[in-house]
Design a protein around this ligand. Sequence first.
Ligand code: ADP
Ligand code: MG
Length: 323
Amino acid sequence: EDTINKIAAGEVIERPASVVKELVENSIDAEATSVTIDIKDAGKSLISIIDNGTGIMRDDLPHVFERHATSKIKDIDDLMTVRTLGFRGEAMSSIASVANIELESQSEKDILGSRLVIKSGKIIENREISTSIGTSIKVKNLFYNTPARFKFLKSDKTELNYISDTVEKIAFSNTHVAIKYIVNDDIIFHTPGNGDLLSVIQCIFGTKAAKMMLPVSYSNELLSINGYISKPEFSKGNSTYMIFSINKRIIKNNMLKEAVKTAYKSFLMNNRFPVSILNIDIEPDKIDVNVHPAKAEVKFSDDRSIFNLVYYSLNQTLTSNET
Ligand code: ADP
Ligand code: MG
């Protein structure tokens, strides 16, 4: 059981950034409107996530760390319509098998909250406390018991880059959540959480960059596309600034990248790439998010028409910017 958990953990929890992603997604699934992410030593010594979401009921708390414990889907049919970011029930058990955890949570359905401490995979403390509604999780000494995995980690600088990238992308795709990102006691950014993507871009990329962005907005009966793309004179030497989310989930999808590149074809020189942040909303049964455990990849049931719609909406923005 312990070994199986560690193997499973390897699938979901590759590096500190994976922990951050899973925990912040849980906060968002719990309808938090405010999430504070606090990182020490590139997440190796501390990853702390505090949210004001629904909290975890006291009776449910010990079960949260059991494998396949999910409160989000009841049976296999729900997979087709899942709108939450998580649904596998693997993250919490995986994290608990490779790190020490201090969790405090209070559900509005309980009079008191709970504090749970897990060390070496065992619950060593579980008591009632009074705290505010929501959840706070501290993940300490990540990979302390899997030295091979610890050794595989890159430098602090690189691991921190992975974390920042993850937090930024979550902030871009969840503009209704105020995200406060703290690294080694410095506040890196704090998004307003008012739904305005341009303010998030400004928080993260700066005022100058935000001024170089053009709005994209399109919707039909199949989907809606909302976001910002850079003016052609503001381009990058690599394609890492082409960011996509589907139903608030950050995804990787080459077809979408191609659609953006194609739209810029007559506007940008070779080897220059736009900055684009596009949030797509679509009926969940039109996509398949179940491709990979880390859920970064998504398949569409109709690639061709999505390509065309993205291309079309960007092309409209770019040509109207010219006139
Ligand atoms: P999943 O997100 O796939 O359901 P996880 O292992 O990430 O699985 O989490 C297990 C369960 O723990 C969730 O289904 C949820 O009920 C609960 N949970 C985890 N984090 C939070 C949180 N921040 N607020 C409320 N509930 C949470
Ligand atoms: Mg989850």
